[in-house]
Design a protein. Structure first.
Length: 514
């Protein structure tokens, strides 16, 4: 029977047909559609919320300010029945711009031990002169900071009492799949004890907020004040720590993000044990392996991570080489270049890690005993300080006034310059001085990059020094021309260049030849 014929039948008869059809495809059980249809979520999370909420706390902080500030708080319209309620809760009430002597903020957290250890976000408590923790039972505690980690925006607090605290535990966040249910409990807008339910919307989100971005995205309502609160799975385990909200309106209309528990848990353990993090450190600078770069070194796929520089005096000094591509670290394949920093950071300091490395067309195994990242950062800073130049080199100076820094030395043949999309000259003491470089720097100076070229898209700019072509050290135009001729004769798709800037930082760039 067509829809056109259905229009001529009595309404009640049509409704009976449609309802019978639904029952055929989605049989009812106990008066509700069967869960076998696959469309039914959890009947209720009330029992789960009641069991877990006792371990979730509200966090209030105060910090001295010169004036103004205070908590972000909803501005309800005049005459709204909720306005009086919200104004009564507003911690900034009666504190005008001139009178404000301190700023207050609200956040969330959760207890992970009966001894009173509380996890929250670093941005919730940073700069606070006083931190107060409020439990769901109505108790208030003054908290002390055990340790913080700015890189993952985590903090551990400690509160004390004569009785054990209710607490929750971390689950296996790696087992969370897109579409799994997720429950957030926190302190949105200072109201406290609010529960919101949603799903895992995405995994491995990276929006460049830090070196270890690997967020769980959820559509569970996240608002101002939820920061630092737990994101639970349906087993009652902590899946992640709510950290960020992206929204045009600044409310739950946007996207919520949580630090995965598997990333946070070892950091939290270190903060409790040492008061600071102790991340593994490999002692190298790395960069992504793109398709052109992979082709230039003979890799069939753009995988792994390329070693751009090895820190002098670091764990890998003498073990890994510039230009090495790490494919596997302790049996973990490196697919995306950001995988390596996360894996290394979670590896114990002092342990020896075995890597499979692509080097000069072969796979070799290299073992490196990891150092401590926090100490390594000090060494890197010291090394960079020794490389600091008294003169500041300006790329704009070269682009706009090349005659001021070029001494008309040897240059590439025009055909090769056109092919590559850039031009270089041999260096001299005067040229290096004008560029703010030490006089013993080896290589060729880039003096022009075609704005429309792939070289420009890959970040090549006038003022950089080319010290290697296809991993061969160069110091003359003849050497570069010869290596380029060999590459063209062998019909390779790209050449690999090692570049360095005025601060001494090196990286590799692949320039296509076809």
């Amino acid at each position: 029977m067509s829809l056109r014929h259905l229009k001529t039948l009595p309404v009640q008869f049509v409704q009976t047909i449609l309802f019978s059809t639904l029952l055929f495809f989605f049989p009812m059980q106990n008066g509700a559609f069967s869960q076998s249809a696959g469309f039914v979520g959890p009947a209720s999370v009330s029992e789960l919320a009641a069991d877990l909420s006792g371990a979730v706390v509200n966090i209030g902080t105060s910090r001295p300010v010169a004036g103004g500030g205070g908590d972000p708080f909803p501005d309800l319209p005049q005459g709204s029945p909720l306005r009086e309620l919200f104004e009564g809760l507003n911690p900034n009430l009666g504190q005008g711009q001139k009178r404000m002597g301190e700023a207050r903020s609200l956040g969330s957290g959760f207890l992970i031990s009966e001894k009173g250890f509380v996890v929250t976000n670093n941005h919730v408590i940073v700069g606070a002169s006083e931190i107060l923790v409020y439990t769901s039972q109505g108790q208030r505690y003054v908290a002390e900071v055990v340790g913080v980690d700015e890189k993952t925006d985590l903090a551990v607090l400690k509160i004390s009492s004569g009785h054990p605290f209710p607490f929750v535990e971390f689950g296996d966040s790696d087992s969370a799949e897109v579409g799994d249910w997720a429950m957030a409990v926190g302190n949105p807008f200072g109201l406290g004890g609010s529960v919101s339910l949603g799903i895992v919307s995405a995994r491995n989100r990276d929006f460049n907020s830090g070196p270890y971005d690997d967020y769980i995205q959820t559509d569970a309502a996240i608002n101002l004040g939820n920061s630092g609160g737990p994101l639970f799975d349906m087993n009652g385990d902590v899946m992640g720590i709510v950290t960020a909200l992206i929204s045009q309106e600044g409310s739950s209309g946007g996207l919520g993000f949580a630090v995965p528990g598997n990333l946070a848990s070892p950091i939290i353990d270190q903060l409790i044990e040492f008061g600071k993090t102790r991340r593994g450190w490999l002692g190298v600078s790395i960069q992504e392996v793109g398709e052109n770069l992979a082709s230039s070194v003979g890799l069939s796929a753009a995988i792994g991570v390329l070693i751009a520089d090895v820190t002098a005096g670091g764990p890998s000094d003498g073990m890994l080489l510039e230009g090495d591509i790490i494919l596997v670290f302790d049996d973990a394949p490196i697919i995306d270049w950001k995988d390596l920093p996360r894996i290394v950071a979670q590896t114990a300091v002092g342990s020896t890690s075995i890597m499979r490395v692509y080097r000069n067309g072969e796979i070799v195994e290299v073992g490196v005993t990891l150092g401590e990242l926090e100490e390594g950062e000090k060494l890197i800073a010291q090394n960079r300080e020794t490389q600091r130049r008294e003169q500041v080199f300006s790329q704009e100076l070269i682009l706009e006034s090349p005659s001021e820094i070029i001494d008309y030395g040897k240059r590439l043949q025009q055909s090769n310059s056109d092919l590559l999309g850039f031009d270089v000259v041999e260096t001299s003491e005067q040229l290096l001085n004008n560029m703010g470089r030490e006089k013993n720097v080896k290589g060729l100076a880039i003096v022009f990059v075609e704005p429309e070229s792939i070289a420009f898209e890959n970040g090549m700019r006038a003022g950089l020094i080319i010290s290697q072509v296809d991993r061969v050290e160069i110091d003359s135009i003849e050497e570069m021309e010869s290596l380029l001729a060999i590459a063209l004769e062998n019909e390779v798709e790209a050449i690999l260049l090692k570049l360095s800037d005025a601060s001494g930082i090196s990286r590799f760039v692949a320039v296509p030849l076809i």
